[in-house]
Design a protein around this ligand. Structure first.
Ligand SMILES: C[S@@+](CC[C@H](N)C(=O)[O-])C[C@H]1O[C@@H](n2cnc3c(N)ncnc32)[C@H](O)[C@@H]1O
Length: 294
């Protein structure tokens, strides 16, 4: 989407009208059409609302109209998420680049950053974002904590996106990236972490096929599948993290609705954690667990 493609305002106005009608007919939110145009055509909200762009002689698109249209057809027919079409999604105060190699960062995950800040006994030193995906959590942490952030993912394609985001958003010198499984690339810093934040895959394998087609057919299963009971990755992170955290270091994860009791029990049984807390998201659902290395 680097180069610019010129079309007339009238052409884009006609495309928008057709797209709006098709959205309504296929149960897609018509607001997605305008959000997409804000992103790929650089239109402002007022020009869209007043439809004043209809009379503009030229509009610059970030991709040819034919390509935009064929992606939009995939939105409607294949349920391709609109964020993958735009190549970007808003998250906290950032515009985060996304591709189908990464999970689209969700609004509820924004809470993890505020929880990390509120829970931290040491806001500096080394912090880890395990399973960084687009890099959203690492970026959020780098924004609020005066720490070095170590971001790990198993997927090289995801890491490439995360690194692009860090560069574009001015955090390249604050976040270090590693390919590998969970803590494994960080053994050289064992016992030194002030905190660990993760939004791991936590969906039980049998539930995956029941998710919306936007999710199950387009988002990476490596980012979703948490094994039989959904807790495989969380169990591993509970087991291994104490040897990486300093005493008083924060352990903070996101989980699925309904997993809080099991996660609390796993943390208690591990024996190396104290002050275990469960926090709700903005909808009042218990979605986050915080604990401290004893
Ligand atoms: C639910 S996504 C979270 C992505 C991002 N942190 C966010 O909150 O939007 C989980 C991430 O964990 C990564 N992942 C899965 N298994 C992993 C493993 N064994 N080691 C490291 N990362 C892993 C996936 O590639 C994916 O990027």
């Amino acid at each position: 989407m680097g180069e610019k493609h010129l079309i007339s305002g009238l052409q884009l106005w006609q495309w928008r009208n057709t797209a709006l009608q098709a959205a309504i007919a296929t149960d897609v939110s018509p607001a997605e059409v305008d959000w997409l145009l804000l992103e790929v055509a650089g239109l402002d909200r007022l020009a869209l609302r007043l439809e004043s762009f209809k009379n503009w002689p030229q509009i610059q698109l970030q991709l040819p109209l034919e390509e935009l249209d064929s992606l939009w057809q995939r939105r409607l027919n294949d349920r391709l998420p609109v964020q993958y079409i735009a190549g970007v999604t808003p998250w906290r105060n950032f515009q985060i680049a996304v591709s189908s190699a990464v999970l689209i960062p969700r609004p509820e995950t924004e809470c993890l950053i505020d929880l990390a800040l509120a829970s931290a006994s040491n806001t500096s030193g080394h912090w880890a974002d395990l399973g960084t995906g687009s890099g959203a959590i690492a970026l959020g942490l780098a924004d609020v904590l005066p720490a070095t952030i170590h971001a790990v993912d198993y997927s090289l394609e995801a890491l490439a996106i995360a690194q692009t985001n860090a560069r574009n958003l001015g955090f390249a010198d604050r976040i270090k990236f590693y390919q590998g499984s969970w803590w494994e690339p960080l053994t050289f810093l064992k016992g030194q972490f002030s905190g660990m934040v993760s939004n791991p895959p936590y969906i039980p394998t049998s539930i995956l096929p029941t998710l919306q087609p936007e999710v199950v057919n387009h988002e990476p299963h490596l980012a979703l599948d948490g094994g039989t009971d959904g807790l495989n990755c969380i169990r591993h992170l509970i087991e291994i993290s104490p040897s990486y955290l300093q005493p008083g270091g924060v352990w903070l994860i996101e989980m699925m609705a309904g997993q809080a009791d099991a996660v609390r029990e796993l943390l208690q049984n591990q024996g190396s954690y104290c002050k275990i807390q469960i926090h709700a998201d903005l909808a009042g659902i218990e979605r986050f667990a915080v604990a401290y290395k004893s």
